[in-house]
Design a protein around this ligand. Structure first.
Ligand code: MRU
Length: 364
């Protein structure tokens, strides 16, 4: 992704530390943050300085490197792994990356672990970039097909942020949009604001703006109305975890968009890189759903007229709030998955065919 003309990734090694973009400061400020300890990495994931399933996985991998720099012994690495996994339960990428790091490091002699940890975390990042680039190319063909059948812009609705900021580079749901823009297609994106954390309004809108892609932010409740009036050609969303039967956990509110898309005959695609697919879970009912602090619902952050970034309270003092952070969209509402291996249907058989090497193999 080009930021002010410079190719930039969301996470990188900086000597014996890791540098991230503090996403809690966007779109108001561009703030880079150094993670030096395991605790820094765990905190960055928990408070969502980094977020988005693939980037959480990459950060956790680097978190284990930082842990290994302090103590690369078996017990310390296992404790660090448990601490990282506990930060956010829904995105399987976190669990996947941590297990992959342990599987690489624990068989090694102590002396070789730190260098191997840097290499493995870097490999996880490079693979993420390649997967997302491929998702972009496969999704581009879907958008081309829509563009060939209509005049005017291809209207895409997306929820939350499954863009560059949610990954190491390119994004998942936004990758086809970046590829389409590069290919010269006329695209326009409806950006769900995505309460309570507003990842759409603050992150997706910012990202698309950086890339010069036409977009409009809409209230979360507007999508159904737009679909009823023929203003959405396709929905593309990301995912935190896909169960073996094709049920999808993604940011809260995704399910409602899928229902509206189904009712209006609008194709609903989920961009799903391999590490987001959990063949260990039979269906979406088994996916753990993160409950976050109700204060995220009761309050909202924004920039005041004097330029200060402030949080203000929306709800009456006596009203309790609840904050389930993800929901599960049943496979029957999903038109298909855009994966790095190609586009497939959203059922158990289609997924098992596309990932024949992984389906039926228990990985933990
Ligand atoms: O709570 P977040 O911001 O981490 O949630 C992010 C999402 O729901 C994304 O859609 C998902 O992680 C896919 S990111 C490529």
């Amino acid at each position: 992704m080009l930021i002010s003309g410079t190719p930039t990734r969301t996470i990188r090694r900086l000597d014996d530390a890791v540098e991230i973009i503090d996403q809690t400061r966007l779109p108001y400020e561009w703030t880079l943050k150094r993670l030096v300890t395991l605790g820094d990495a765990a905190e960055a994931i928990a408070v969502m300085r980094v977020r988005g399933a693939p980037l959480i996985g990459a950060t956790a991998a680097y978190g284990l490197v930082l842990a290994a720099l302090e103590d690369a012994g078996d017990a310390a690495l296992r404790t660090a792994a448990d601490r990282l996994i506990a930060t956010r339960p829904t995105a399987v990428n976190l669990h996947w990356a941590v297990q992959r790091m342990l599987a690489r490091l624990l068989p090694l002699p102590l002396a070789g672990r730190v260098e191997a940890a840097w290499a493995e975390a870097s490999a996880i990042c490079e693979e993420d970039v390649a997967q997302n680039r491929a998702i972009g190319q496969h999704g581009l063909e879907l958008l081309r097909a829509i563009g060939a059948k209509k005049a005017g812009p291809i209207n895409i609705l997306t929820h939350c942020n499954a863009g560059w900021l949610a990954t190491v580079d390119w994004g998942t749901a936004l990758a086809p949009i970046y590829a389409a823009a590069e290919a010269g297609l006329d695209v326009h994106v409806w950006v769900d604001e995505t309460r309570p954390r507003n990842q759409g309004a603050s992150l997706t809108a910012w990202e698309l703006g950086q890339a010069g892609i036409a977009h409009r932010v809409i209230a979360d409740n507007a999508g159904g109305h737009l679909m009823q009036h023929g203003k959405v050609d396709i929905c593309i969303v990301g995912t935190d975890r896909v169960a073996a039967n094709g049920d999808v956990a993604n940011k809260i509110g995704t399910y409602l968009k899928a229902l509206a898309a189904f009712d209006n005959g609008v194709p609903f695609y989920v961009a799903a890189p391999g590490p987001s697919i959990d063949f260990n879970l039979a269906d979406g009912g088994e996916i753990p759903i993160e409950e976050r602090d109700p204060e995220e619902v009761a309050c909202i952050q924004g920039r005041a007229a004097d330029g200060q970034v402030v949080s203000v309270r929306l709800t009456p003092a006596g009203s309790a709030a609840a904050n389930p952070a993800f929901d599960v969209t049943p496979a029957r509402l999903i038109t298909g998955f855009i994966t790095e291996r190609g586009v497939c249907g959203a059922g158990r058989a289609a997924l098992a065919t596309m990932f024949a090497d992984r389906a039926g193999v228990r990985s933990r």
